[in-house]
Design a protein around this ligand. Structure first.
Ligand code: FAD
Ligand code: NAG
Ligand code: NAG
Ligand code: NAG
Ligand code: NAG
Length: 730
């Protein structure tokens, strides 16, 4: 029997009972109507740690209060909030994620079925071994996992993959089906800001009210429910050209937002299917589709341009917008089925329509820094294009086009649905754009963060939001654990460095930042050797690259700007398989506790769960990525004096992940009980998931001091001189 989940991430105070769903039903069936759980037949109904059996509770009127206390509270479980909560929890902060809906993933969930695009522009920015722009970190972890778990492309199984991440993470408590409804904040004299003390979320179905207290809060609600409560200044609408001096902005400011949309999916039923639209559906003619093409090869999943905002408010008028969108979707399907222009749609019928508007734009908050077009692409015509801003506090990146939609959407079919401006390079996102103004402990993640309308046009897409969420969550954990209000970030440059280094370790790409974790023994290896490698005049796959500190290629077209990157493929490439790569130290390492690896998951290709059949050939879905090392072992050789044997530390089979961490403290204690020390550690690759070469981006080796998050920035006097690694050798 499945044990219901109730992770005790936070201290559960003032309260009382947690009843496991399903328990009631089962106990009733077993005849425990009196509420007694003492019967031996009930022993398989296992309560989780911290749970108590149902007391003689009165289920009277009103809500029952449950008070939780933790370090980081994330509100909103879309792509941004999901990553934020996992990142905070994994960085050591007790975390609660409050999500209004029953599933995670926001607009990528089964409720909306949008596919998650990002900086790589669905592969449009991808070039084999040259430009690998796909987001790493948490979003990559669950995307490759879902690809393996979900060959059937079921979007509900995408929800399940996200849910599993939370089941597997002991430091986070997930609260589903409970919209945040209010916040308690205090004005802090002297700091010029509000301090958020707690938020309240209500699950009206369970009739429970959660009161969640925390040190740092993250608003990832899309529309900004929490930030608005905390009086963070925001804008709804478009800034004028002169406001930030943005050439792509409108001449005058207005209150228009990008539209909300409905998607639909259809299926081939193998026989003619008819469709009769309700009489209230919109009526379309061919001229309506001049700028909004209906592609005959995308009749199974459409269409982003079914959008409505003007003349409504995307926040307050969500219900009216839903009605308009239904009228539009059904009208378009009517046109597809009954205009006679799409004979290929004869056997198609709708099998899903959205019931909840996907929203592009609502509030955008003002943070400690407001990113504008000038930080990314001041003059789209300038040749060659200047490099984007390289903020000192950069923590994330983007690369999707600046898509500026027509707010009149489907009501203005005589004009294009959007203007899309290509960005020549990947750009950076500063931590300050993820920290609210005028609230000392509130951070931001997702489409509501601190950007101009023009920059929002790129930042809002979901993989970009996920990477941003990982940055917010990691930052929030740092601030909460160190007792620093996020608003004071400017006074803590070393803290920013620690956050950046932690993000790099967690496989976030940060443009022009490299691993410098002083605890990583691999960076101090005297030599890196391999059984073989591929290198010639045009291609460099030397073993030393596993300690270069950059774990992807960004030197190709559409990658990072030339001044902001390391050139080259940045990975060891073996000539053949099996193959090994070894780190050697002159001073033996006696405290190895963790080995971390970064493999290749083909980040030049697009990879996302998509309901659209047409683009499936662009990706490798339904199985591991062929570049990824599948079977490997880690072996150690003890310092001279002991015998010269390679001793096996661990073996792994069936890997498909990019980032792997192996805690090997126990194995090392067995191999080296006398603490002679390790003079060489090697990774032996016996198979990949497809290609005949081993590809390894990074190897990190940590002692016990490296098991805690957030490395401290070495102060100049204690900085150890970095050994020059010997030139490559076979
Ligand atoms: C039609 C359309 C097509 C799009 N196409 C794409 C696309 O193909 N690919 C892509 O990447 N992006 C696309 N976008 C953009 C993308 O959907 C959004 O910008 C993105 O979802 C924003 O992510 P987020 O995490 O900030 O917000 P969301 O994904 O909206 O997540 C916010 C979450 O917060 C929860 N929430 C809200 N209020 C509360 C509350 N009070 N308490 C608790 N929880 C709350 C919501 O349930 C939701 O799950 C599209 C947008 C639209 C409208
Ligand atoms: C989709 O996104 C919008 C805006 O971010 C949000 O308001 C809405 O709740 C999301 N939908 C779901 C099902 O999460
Ligand atoms: C809000 O924050 C901004 C930027 O930090 C500052 O200029 C402004 O004075 C603050 N407002 C209040 C009311 O403190
Ligand atoms: C935008 O909204 C504000 C607040 O409702 C209003 O004062 C202003 O006149 C509006 N501007 C435009 C251009 O409609
Ligand atoms: C260099 O090696 C790469 C990778 O194996 C290969 O594609 C390329 O053809 C080689 N170039 C030369 C000049 O040998």
């Amino acid at each position: 029997m499945m044990r219901a989940s109730y992770r005790q991430g936070c201290a559960l105070s003032a309260f009382i009972v947690v009843i496991v769903c399903g328990l009631l039903g089962l106990s009733a069936a077993a005849g425990f109507a009196d509420g007694s759980y003492s019967s031996p037949e009930a022993t398989h109904l296992v309560l989780h740690e911290g749970e108590e059996a149902r007391p003689d509770d009165d289920v009277g009127a009103g809500l029952q209060d449950r008070v939780l206390e933790c370090d980081v509270v994330v509100v909103g479980g879309g792509s941004a909030g999901t990553s934020a909560a996992l990142a905070a929890a994994r960085s050591g902060a007790k975390t609660v994620l409050i999500q209004s809906r029953g599933v995670l993933g926001g607009n990528a969930s089964s409720e909306s079925k949008l596919h998650m695009v990002g900086a790589d522009k669905e592969g449009g920015r991808g070039h084999l071994m040259k430009t690998e722009a796909r987001e790493g970190g948490i979003v990559e972890e669950y995307t490759v996992r879902n690809s393996v778990e979900n060959p059937q492309r079921s979007v509900e199984l995408h929800d399940l993959t996200l849910y599993k991440l939370f089941r597997e993470e002991p430091n986070v408590q997930l609260i589903l089906n409970a919209p945040m409804v209010s916040a308690v904040k205090e004005w802090e004299e002297g700091s010029g800001g509000w301090v958020v003390k707690q938020v309240t979320a209500e699950n009206q179905e369970a009739q429970v009210r959660y009161i969640v207290k925390g040190k740092v809060f993250i608003d990832a609600t899309g529309d900004g429910r929490l930030g608005a409560e905390a009086h963070v200044p925001y804008i709804i609408g478009r800034e004028s050209r002169s406001h930030f001096g943005e050439s792509l902005a409108e001449a005058r400011s207005d209150n228009e937002t990008e539209g909300s949309s409905f998607a639909f999916t259809s299926r081939d039923y193998g026989r003619p299917m008819t469709f009769t639209a309700p009489e209230w559906a919109m009526k379309f003619t061919s001229s309506d589709f001049k700028y909004r093409p209906i592609h005959s090869d995308i009749l199974d999943y459409g269409y982003w341009w079914i959008e409505v905002a003007w003349p409504y408010s995307t926040i307050r008028d969500n219900e009216a917008i839903r009605d308009r969108l239904l009228e539009a979707v059904l009208g378009i399907w009517d046109y597809i089925k009954n205009s006679g222009n799409f004979p290929e749609a004869e056997n198609l019928a709708l099998d899903w329509i959205e019931w909840w508007p996907c929203k592009r734009e609502g509030r955008r908050f003002r943070g400690l820094y407001i990113m504008t077009q000038n930080d990314i692409l001041p003059d789209p015509k300038q040749k060659p294009p200047p490099a984007p801003m390289l903020f000192d506090d950069r923590v994330s990146y983007g690369g999707w086009n600046l898509d500026l939609h027509n707010p009149k959407g489907i009501f203005d079919t005589s004009r294009p649905a959007f203007a899309s401006h290509r960005l020549p390079y990947l750009y950076s996102t500063p931590l300050r754009s993820l920290i609210a103004q005028n609230a000392t402990n509130l951070m931001l993640a997702g489409r509501l963060a601190s950007f101009s309308h023009v920059v929002f046009g790129s930042q809002r897409v979901m993989k970009t939001a996920a990477a941003m969420g990982q940055a917010s969550g990691t930052g929030a954990a740092y601030f909460a654990l160190h007792g620093i209000p996020p608003a004071d970030v400017g006074g803590h440059p070393d803290g920013v460095w620690s956050i950046q280094q932690q993000l790099l370790r967690d496989d976030q790409y940060i443009i022009g930042m490299y691993n410098q974790d002083p605890r990583d023994h691999a960076l101090r290896a005297a030599a890196v050797k391999a059984s073989s490698f591929v290198a010639n005049e045009t291609f460099d796959g030397r073993p030393q690259l596993v300690v270069s500190g950059q774990t992807r290629a960004v030197h190709g077209y559409g990658g990072a700007a030339p001044s902001q990157r390391k050139e080259g493929v940045q990975r060891w490439v073996s000539e053949a398989l099996p193959a090994w790569i070894a780190l050697e130290w002159t001073t033996p390492i006696t405290d190895i506790a963790q080995v971390e690896l970064v493999f290749d998951t083909g980040m030049h290709r697009t990879l996302m769960l998509s309901m659209m059949l047409r683009d499936q050939h662009k990706m490798v879905w339904g199985r591991p990525q062929p570049e990824t090392v599948r079977d490997y072992s880690i072996e150690a050789r003890l310092a001279a004096g002991a015998d010269d044997q390679w001793r096996q530390v661990i073996t792994v089979q069936g890997n498909f992940q990019r980032k792997r961490r192996h805690n090997v403290a126990r194995q090392m204690a067995q191999i080296d009980p006398q603490k002679v020390g390790v003079e060489s550690l090697r990774l032996v690759v016996s198979a990949t998931n497809g290609i005949p070469h081993a590809h390894v981006f990074e190897i990190r080796v940590y002692g016990k001091d490296g098991l805690t998050p957030f490395p401290a920035k070495p102060q100049p006097q204690q900085q150890r001189p970095r050994r020059e690694t010997k030139l490559w050798m076979r």
